[in-house]
Design a protein. Structure first.
Length: 318
């Protein structure tokens, strides 16, 4: 396999975001080398571990790997900035002609990397992405909400977010540079990848359960993430607010007409309208608050963008 670059840069950069992964690092590093070096003969590589403000011995574990292997580099954040920031830092630090992002917990099978590399280096595509076609090992309620999210995303967003797509991708340098050129603070990778375009080839695989440690995504964190995605890639929620407003306005016109007719017919309006009045007030004020909330979300996102704070702060790096 010829992935060598005449300029002495590594052929393949492996970016591994790590947050409290002390139990996984060493095993993951050895397993990746076993597959890439041992089985596929790919030696021209570099590891970039991004320690996303871990509170355990993750950084020590990474340093142990780095001490015996000069191809291992690391970046350590001053606090937890989130996986998106960790991936971005990895992209910025990567020198490889090809770049692959994979999780520290071996849920992304390294055995796929040689095949992905063949597709990208052979010019078949600019990005080889992995997509899990099963969700076994996951709580059914979680899978259900995940499916709902993808369906909602398909209906609202202008881009095509693929169900089951993981952040396990092998990309060409131009692809990575395109990702780096997007400077937004509200980073939602699942949307950024399809947004930049290029040719993507999908590799399907069965879900693999975590090797060690536990997932960093609580249900609530996933819900927030899902809404971030929708607000980052769609302005449809604003349109929903407007449509609700118009519908209510039309309903009020009908109501006014009805009251006027009642009056003209000489029917006296009795106090019996109390309950319906309260219902209408509750409904309209609820919808108003809901709509203001939607507008507020976009203002909040704009606020974080205009502050232009850095995506992450590095405490130390190799
Ligand atoms: N991760 C990270 N920062 C975070 C959360 C997660 O760098 O704030 C890393 C984590 O260490 C792992 C990858 O992102 O390597 C995926 O996380 P996890 O396995 O918890 O997610 P899941 O596979 O359950 O979706
Ligand atoms: Mg995982």
């Amino acid at each position: 396999m010829s992935i060598h670059d005449s300029g002495g840069t590594p052929g393949l950069s492996l970016i591994v975001p790590c947050f409290n992964e002390e139990a996984s690092i060493k095993h993951m590093y050895e397993e990746v080398l076993r597959v890439l070096e041992g089985e596929a003969g790919i030696r021209d590589l570099e590891f970039i571990f991004v320690d996303d403000g871990s509170k355990d011995a993750t950084l020590e574990q990474i340093k142990k790997c780095a001490a015996s292997d000069r191809r291992v580099h690391y970046i350590s954040f001053s606090r937890n900035f989130g996986k998106e920031a960790a991936l971005l830092a990895g992209f910025a630090a990567s020198a490889g002609k090809y770049v692959v992002t994979l999780d520290a917990d071996l849920q992304d099978p390294p055995a796929l990397i040689p095949k992905m590399l063949d597709s990208v280096s052979g010019g078949e595509c600019d990005c080889a992405a992995a997509r899990r076609v099963t969700r076994n090992g996951e709580l059914p309620i979680r899978s259900f909400f995940a499916r709902c999210f993808y369906r909602l995303m398909a209906k609202t967003a202008e881009i095509d977010v693929v169900d089951g797509a993981r952040d396990f991708r092998l990309m060409s340098r131009v692809y990575v540079d395109a990702i780096l050129s997007l400077d937004e603070r509200n980073r939602f990778s699942k949307g950024l990848f399809p947004w930049i375009g290029f040719k993507t080839k999908w590799f399907e695989y069965e879900n693999i359960e975590r090797g060690a440690g536990k997932t960093k995504w609580s249900f609530w964190r996933l819900v927030v993430y899902a809404f971030d995605g929708i607000f980052a890639f769609s302005s449809k929620p604003l349109a929903i607010a407007s449509v609700l407003g118009i519908l209510l306005f039309l309903a009020s016109l009908i109501l006014i007409a009805w009251i006027a007719i009642e009056k003209l017919l000489g029917h006296t309006v009795n106090v019996y309208g109390w309950a319906s009045t309260v219902c209408i007030i509750l409904l309209t004020s609820g919808i108003q608050l809901f709509s203001i909330g939607i507008v507020g979300q976009y203002i909040a996102k704009t606020y974080t963008e205009v502050k232009r704070r850095p995506h992450y702060i590095v405490r130390e790096s190799s």
